[in-house]
Ligand binder design. Sequence first.
Ligand code: THU
Length: 136
Amino acid sequence: MEPETTQKLIELALAARKWAYVPYSNYAVGAALLTDSGKIYDGVNIENAAYPDTICAERVAIFKAASEGERHFKAIAVVSSNGGFPCGSCRQVMAEFGLDTEVIIADENGRVIHETTVNGLLPGAFTPEMLFKDRE
Ligand code: THU
């Protein structure tokens, strides 16, 4: 990906972060997801008094995009105070839509902490093909 595109995704994820609803952890996360069609969807973590009902920023961005018909993603930037990595649930949701999506992890200063792919984050993922390949 072009460095300018990476930079733009980081900036949008950083900007989205101010909308994070994090009264319990105070750990705000922002995500920006670039689709193959060129659109960008952002997302933030939204916590809940029933703690497990919290949803991460990455999944909010992916579900916003998927709910508008998007299925193919080029890249996702994830920004937090210290450049925390996507959780296991988010990795699995990313894997649903492709293992080659680039994942950029940055901190609150916009500094890239790590760049990888979904496959890099979740090797050996359980993917849709496992359910469909014998049905052809
Ligand atoms: N969180 C994310 O938004 N993304 C991740 O991949 C890791 C965790 C959120 C969930 C919760 O609101 C807070 O960070 C602390 O776990």
